[in-house]
Write a protein that binds this ligand. Structure first.
Ligand code: FE2
Length: 247
């Protein structure tokens, strides 16, 4: 199966559309790793667009849960909190119901586990280091696990013959990377709608589960259009500015 992998869209419809256009014809099913909403100006539109994608599997992220008050926002920074309160007021009943329906984890084809943050603590845990990644390899059974949450594309590799070691790397963008069957992998496709690796372009991935090949991809989108909409609805200036730089 050829999958499109999208994560952390964060109500950025322009970025989502750019990704869908770039990936057109290259996938049969879609994996969405959560945080459809939060930060950006188009929560309902993004939910509708994602829901309408064929053969979709989607898990919940912390911002999705915060937007429907399934978790509190005390731990969010002031900007994230303000954006969440705006999102809560803006979501339609149908959008809220959809976010409520999202599971925390999904396993597909006995090959792929998907979760927002980590397989160990799906909603909250960030996998930012090889140490955390190493611990998480014990928390899923499949060869591959796909996570988002950090907004930074990365691949972690692990093999049973070296159980105390885990490698982290970023393969060259827009190039197929072969997933060696001797290893298990945790793959983060980066963020569609709010990249944080210093590159403002939308980030996503393609995965061919038959061939065992993943491709981390970047695509430019009209950032100013998203920013203008954020300004119009009164979202925090810092959240608007960061999209220009990808931080
Ligand atoms: Fe996120």
């Amino acid at each position: 199966m050829r999958y499109l992998i999208i994560s952390d869209i964060h109500s950025n419809l322009e970025a989502l559309e750019a990704v869908l256009k770039d990936a057109e014809g290259r996938y049969e099913a879609v994996l969405c790793l959560g945080d459809i909403v939060g930060y950006g100006p188009s929560p309902n539109e993004c939910i509708e667009r994602v829901r309408g994608l064929s053969s979709l599997s989607c898990v919940a992220g912390n911002h999705d849960w915060a937007a429907i008050s399934k978790i509190g926002i005390e731990d969010f920074n002031p900007d994230a909190r303000a954006a969440t309160i705006w999102t809560q007021k803006t979501l339609t009943t149908a959008s809220s119901a959809y976010l409520h329906s999202l599971p925390e984890k999904i396993v597909l084809e006995e090959k792929i586990t998907i979760a927002h943050g980590s397989p160990r603590y799906p909603i909250w845990e960030y996998i930012l280091s090889t140490l955390t990644a190493l611990e998480n390899f014990r928390h899923f059974e499949t060869p591959w696990c796909l996570v988002g949450h950090s907004h930074v594309p990365v691949i972690f590799a692990f093999r049973e013959s070296k159980p105390n070691f885990c490698d982290a790397f970023i393969p060259p963008e827009n190039e197929p990377f072969f997933l060696d069957p001797d290893f298990r992998f945790i793959i983060n496709p980066g963020s569609v709608g709010q990249p944080r690796d210093g590159d403002p372009r939308a980030s996503y991935a393609l995965l061919d589960s038959e061939k065992g090949v993943v491709e981390l991809r970047r695509v430019a989108y009209p950032v100013e259009k998203t920013q203008a909409m954020m300004e119009k609805v009164g979202l925090p200036p810092r959240l608007i500015a960061r999209l220009s730089f990808g931080w």
